[in-house]
Design a protein around this ligand. Sequence first.
Ligand code: PAP
Length: 325
Amino acid sequence: MDVNEISKNLERDEQETISLIPSLPSDIDFNGTKLFKYQSCWYDSKTLQGILNFQRGFKPQETDIIVASFPKSGTTWLKALTVALLERSKHSSNHPLLSDNPHGLVPVLELRLYTETSKPDLTSFSSTPRLFSTHVPFDTLQGALKTTPCKVVYVWRNVKDALVSLWYFECANLKIKIDEERSLLESMFESFCRGVSYYGPFWEHVLSYWRGSLEDSKNVLFLRYEELKIEPSAQVKKLAEFLGVPFSVEEEESGCVEEILELCSLDNLKNLEVNKIGKTARGVEHKNFFRKGEVGDSKNYLTPEMERRIDMIIEERFRGADLKF
Ligand code: PAP
């Protein structure tokens, strides 16, 4: 394609987005950002452009693997585990996780590859399987995958812990002290409860993948952060099987499962040089992706009243689905 054609396509994509946006419901996020509701989920205009580009231009391959999540639900860990499982027979010393952050190795489709164009250069993804990630809900992802049966792995987490994790992340990115930003947590909490938050509502997100996994368990795996913490070996074996790279008896006997868990552990990743000093393509410091990783840490920050309110919302929204917090 020549340069003129590329710029014509770019202009056409942008024009389509510009004419779509005013027709969408809009609202304001906790930090004053205008969000637009597209296919039941809220996005800022830049992310929305990326999603439309992704849905328009992505050419899925049956061997593709997509790591999916609501933000702050265990994405970094799941990306690391997926890379480690797929790469385990290839590397002894120069493992990719030692020289890049999991987000560099598994880019977010709508936030990195498709932000500017519906035809990004994917030549660096020439080996199979191609590994991508997304934060969009399942129905929107299906819009991009069309009918190609890619493998999708979703991780979800207690929303209260995800919320507190997001609060810490925002404060770290803005370089503000957490003790001074109680009001930010409170506004984020309100946004979450209203369902008007970036990639929210949370419950729709989780339920979309839950339904997807029930309808097509061969291609959609539904994991839970808390279960990964409680029984990491069993969950990682389940993930390996789903990805089509199960552990052999020899591998299990030689401690391969434990090695992968150690490589991808929070402490190990956090202390790697690349994660102490590097930044993502979007300028986020790698170190901000690693904090405590504790189940139930939100108890230390949310008031009992806040907990009660969010519990009630979740109970009501998840009624009928066999999902427990
Ligand atoms: P993202 O959406 O920005 O990619 P994501 O990785 O989903 O973030 O979530 C970050 C949380 O995962 C952090 O939780 P916390 O704030 O409650 O501590 C982070 O500490 C945790 N995390 C990151 N890497 C790991 C890991 N290897 N094992 C367990 N938890 C991890």
